[in-house]
Design a binder for this molecule. Sequence first.
Ligand code: ACO
Length: 324
Amino acid sequence: MSYARIIGSGSCLPPRAVSNDELAADLAKRDVETSDEWIVERTGIRQRHIAEAGTTSSKLATEAARIALEDAGLAPQEVDLIIVATSTPDYIFPSTACLVQANLGIKGCPAFDVQAVCSGFVYALTTANAFIRSGQARNALVIGAEVFSTILDWNDRRTCVLFGDGAGAVVLKASEQPGIIGAQLNADGSHMGILYAAGNVASGQVVGDPFLRMDGQAVFKLAVNSLSQSAHQVCEQAGISLDEIDWMVPHQANVRILNFLSRKLGIAPEKVIITLDKHANTSAASVPLALDAARRDGRIKEGDLVLMQGVGGGFTWGSVLARM
Ligand code: ACO
């Protein structure tokens, strides 16, 4: 049975980077008070990229995918599976994955979205891994793409300072050499109330509250505990010890969550890839954006063992362990 190996990656961030100071000045015009000092101290975020009106998840996803394919040395026509993780799709349907497929000029292969909020990328990667392991695909495009700026309540300082827009993509290829060696996913829908965007469309009208709402402290506690449990489980499944991990690429929600987590797992902070300062929380895009940044700056190299982790609304969480 073939393994699935990551052979390429790519990123796309909207060109407009907004610093905490710029954001604070914008929010002050609405009488919403915040500061660079508060945001940096509580979250580690220094800036985020914000999409212009009309920039959609499919546009960012397509660009990230093109770069990942180029990195992998693969032509779009060789792709036989496309999975996009997003909670901010362009439309209710067709899926963002189908839009990306059309943008890339590919026809025929399966293309679908996965919705697991900030865990979306590890859910999508685990799904693509299963397709490759079972022989149903050989070259998969797995993308996390979000325009969370469109679902933020810019009058709610507890949430609007935390997020950014962007997309990250990887190319997975069937290989005799490992590859993804462990993957485990979880969900507990009873925690819906701590993180949600509970709006929808009915009879042509938006019903409910379209914006993201969050109980930050409840999310914080659950995130640390669930990610730590998941890391132990995926390592046990793969028969490796936490000491063997070269790099951790966790979902970028809050630097304090990442510090707690690395301490709890006994993983040195230097092994944790952090892009939160530049990208803020890009939900499903955060793990592939961080992975791509670390591959491109030469930290993550071929042969390294990488633990990727996601956690988010649902509540959902999970881990993928991959030999690069
Ligand atoms: N600027 C200034 N003050 C603020 C801001 C802000 N942007 N936001 C909140 N405050 C104020 C609050 O109003 C409160 O003031 P009060 O005591 O006068 O009411 C004070 O700061 C403390 O607020 P808390 O919400 O208790 O702040 P906390 O230390 O918990 O930090 C945070 C909030 C950063 C959201 C934290 O709870 C957290 O990181 N939680 C994790 C959740 C997370 O990262 N979510 C991302 C999405 S989920 C995911 O990706 C997994």
